[in-house]
Design a protein around this ligand. Structure first.
Ligand code: CA
Length: 344
């Protein structure tokens, strides 16, 4: 999204175009607020306070990425390595692999628990990824296991009377398998232990790889809702060919083992035309036609197209395009927008 010239006029323009065309926006659908790595726009991602803060802000789902430790424990962390969000380099010498990174899978949970987690930085320069967020040199944060996050969520559900769900992402199943860990089986066992079993339970599982989702459905026979995340081939995060997945045929294939897709928002809002109006793909209607829900990622107040506010972007996606939910670092902003709509 960055670097694309956009003007503030585009949102009004698309609204006008859609109304003129007689397009009825899917405004009746309540959009699911998925707190991306907790309220990661305000507190270091994947920390217990970031999840509690997202809960308090009114999120519908708390989203952790899951990585497996050397001793087979499921923890909430985005990277396969610890270097960008912890003091691992100061605390442990000579544990890095050849690429200079300290991998979660090489450390026990007890070792990782001893680390201080902090706001995301670039490991080589120490610079914060998002400079206006929680300062990386402040705070005493620790890693959270998937089980601890579930207990926080379920405990708050009792004390508040709300029903907030969890939305774990299985990170790099092929990598974990090569390291001797079946992340799919590990995570499913924990979810089932805490009562998440059917499509009615407040839990969805996401993965960028189709294989673990197919296994969850076919081998493990889980009734939990599954979401196929879609990426770009040039990100080179795995060997999945994403391009065919964006086609109607590809979406039909996904619908054979999953309940939804999680595409990058740039695959829905592809850019801006010469007149300043947004160019929208047919991905959302195509996915809906295949029976899939659509939860795009990642909405951030501090990483926006030029000249567009977060509220304008949310308005476009929720009330004009009609996505079913979205991954957001600032859950309170979407909660407020939805409340304002309901109040009208
Ligand atoms: Ca994720």
């Amino acid at each position: 999204m960055r670097g694309e010239p956009m003007t503030a006029r585009w949102l009004a323009l698309v609204a006008g175009v859609m109304m003129a065309a007689g397009v009825v926006a899917a405004t009746a659908n309540a959009s699911t607020v998925i707190a991306h790595r907790g309220a990661s726009g305000y507190l270091p991602e994947h920390t217990l306070v970031a999840f509690a803060y997202a809960y308090a802000q009114g999120a519908d789902y708390l989203e952790p990425d899951i990585v497996i430790t050397r001793d087979g424990q499921a923890i909430a962390l985005h990277d396969l390595y610890l270097d960008a969000v912890s003091d691992v380099r100061e605390r442990f010498a000579d544990r890095a692999r050849e690429d200079g990174l300290n991998y979660v899978v090489d450390f026990t949970l007890e070792e990782i628990r001893s680390l201080r987690l902090h706001e995301r930085i670039e490991p080589e320069t120490g610079e914060q990824r998002y400079p206006d967020r929680f300062p990386a040199d402040l705070g005493h944060f620790r890693v959270v296991t998937l089980a601890e996050l579930i207990e926080l969520t379920q405990g708050l559900n009792i004390s508040t009377g709300r029903t907030v769900g969890i939305y774990p992402e299985l990170k790099a199943a092929a990598f974990h398998e090569a390291e001797g860990h079946d992340i799919t089986a590990i995570v499913l066992e924990i979810l089932e232990r805490y009562g998440y079993r059917s499509a009615e339970d407040p839990c969805l599982i996401q993965s960028f790889e189709p294989e673990p989702l197919r296994r969850l459905r076919e081998e493990f026979g889980t009734g939990l809702r599954l979401v196929q995340l879609l990426g770009e081939n040039d990100w080179e995060m795995n060997h999945v060919d994403y391009e065919p997945m964006y086609t109607p045929d590809g979406l039909a294939t996904i619908a054979g083992y999953a309940d939804g897709i999680g595409p990058p928002l740039t695959r829905i809002l592809e850019g801006v035309d010469a007149g300043g109006a947004p160019r929208l793909s047919t991905l959302v209607p195509d996915a809906h036609a295949a029976g899939l829900v659509v939860h795009p990622y990642t909405f951030r107040a501090d990483d926006l197209p030029e000249g567009v506010s977060l509220e304008q972007l949310l308005e476009l996606f929720v009330h004009h395009i009609g996505v079913d939910g979205l991954f957001i670092d600032h859950p309170d902003r979407l909660v407020r927008l939805l409340e304002a709509h309901r109040a009208r």
